[in-house]
Design a protein around this ligand. Structure first.
Ligand SMILES: Cc1cc2nc3c(=O)[nH]c(=O)nc-3n(C[C@H](O)[C@H](O)[C@H](O)COP(=O)(O)OP(=O)(O)OC[C@H]3O[C@@H](n4cnc5c(N)ncnc54)[C@H](O)[C@@H]3O)c2cc1C
Length: 350
């Protein structure tokens, strides 16, 4: 499956030598003790994620940007029922609210889905953005209104000095008292330059296909267990997303993988999805082999780090911002207690 160019999980064989150490660490992290640490670390961030986004959007008076409507995981094969039951049990054990829906309920709520759907798991405490780009624009606007200045330059190198941090950019040099590295999958080189630490950051490339003529097909995000992709109703249409590809930061996208999502959707609806004028996209998920991000303050407080959120960077963005805020600003004890502890996300675990 790993070598299938259209499979849900693909490893580019040319990338194999570079990916091997990362995969080795990933496998070691699947042993019971480190695996439990990962589950606890992800859970702590996820539990605080929705509340953090609500606070952030309230602060900019745009709570309407987040749609808290839940999401559904459907299955089509009777033999998948066992996997669904096991997943439901695991989720309940982790305290995640989840309901088992029979086929009839799925049909009532999402009548355009095929009769093949046997049922699903509904996660009521989840939400999604109708337009993530709009969310970013609104946050930028609010930050600018409160005096934040944005400088768009590519940072090529940097050094930590006695007085602060100096950065070399594609347009010159900059100095700062404190810097935050939040460059997603591109964060490793800068982290090494500033902290001397080599982090095992890789990228799980993912694809989506945006269908602009598909509105009102689904009431909320629906994932297919067997087909392994997600469909999210958004302001600009229906977004089909998923797949993991290990091929590094430099090799060009294989957009056929995005079109494959449309082929995968065939048969999941009573009427096939319209892919006219669809647009494919590839993005870099920043992933560390223990699936936890790095959220930390190092170099005597001069360097802050916030990257490695793998498949959950949008979900965990606001809670990460709160954690970083707590590291740089004085906060009350009540606020400190409300946020997850950061020990699990430290740089020195590598
Ligand atoms: C197909 C797909 C679907 C996804 N769906 C979801 C989802 O439903 N929910 C979810 O929570 N997550 C999802 N993710 C994951 C999410 O997109 C990532 O986890 C998230 O984007 C990581 O955020 P980030 O800010 O760390 O990195 P990025 O979003 O990659 O942002 C990094 C920024 O740093 C800038 N940068 C990089 N290097 C430099 C440099 N040297 N100098 C200056 N700037 C630099 C880049 O230009 C970029 O603006 C999905 C990812 C993909 C690919």
């Amino acid at each position: 499956m790993l070598m299938d160019p259209m499979g849900p999980l693909r490893l580019d064989w040319k990338y194999m030598p570079r990916a091997l150490p990362w995969f080795t660490r990933l496998l070691l992290n699947l042993r019971p003790a480190p695996f439990q640490r990962t589950v606890a670390g992800i859970r702590a961030l996820n539990e605080s994620s929705l509340g953090a986004w609500q606070r952030l959007l309230e602060a900019i008076a745009r709570p309407d940007l987040l749609k808290e409507d839940g999401s559904l995981l459907v299955f089509e094969r009777a033999e998948s029922r066992q996997a669904i039951d096991a997943l439901q049990a695991r989720m309940r054990q982790q305290g995640v609210p989840v309901d088992l829906w029979q086929a009839r309920t799925v049909r009532d709520v999402a009548p355009q889905l095929s009769e093949r759907v046997e049922g699903g798991l509904f996660f009521p405490s989840t939400g999604h953005f109708l337009d993530p780009y709009r969310v970013v624009c609104e946050l930028v606007k609010a930050a600018q209104a409160s005096g934040v200045q944005f400088i768009k330059q590519q940072v090529m190198d940097g050094r930590v000095q006695e007085s602060g941090v100096s950065l070399l950019t594609n347009q010159g040099s900059l100095t700062a008292r404190q810097v935050l590295i939040a460059c997603g999958a591109h964060s490793a080189r800068l982290t090494a330059a500033l902290t001397g630490k080599k982090v095992p950051l890789d990228t799980e490339r993912g694809y989506h296909l945006m269908l602009p003529h598909e509105h009102e097909r689904l009431p909320f995000a629906v994932t297919s267990l067997e087909r392994k992709f997600i469909m999210t109703p958004m302001a600009d249409g229906l977004r089909l997303a998923g797949t993991v590809e290990f091929a590094g930061l430099d090799s060009p996208p294989s957009m056929e993988r995005a079109w494959q999502l449309h082929r995968l959707s065939k048969g999941l609806f009573k009427r096939d999805l319209n892919a006219d004028a669809a647009t494919p996209w590839m993005g870099f998920r920043p992933s560390l082999p223990d699936s936890l991000p790095i959220i930390d303050k190092v170099c005597d407080g001069k360097v802050l780090l916030a990257f490695g959120h793998q498949h959950l960077g949008l979900t965990q963005a606001a809670v990460t911002a709160e954690l970083i805020g707590r590291m740089v600003l004085p906060v009350s004890t009540a606020e400190v207690n409300a946020l997850p502890a950061v020990e699990a996300y430290r740089l020195d675990r590598f």
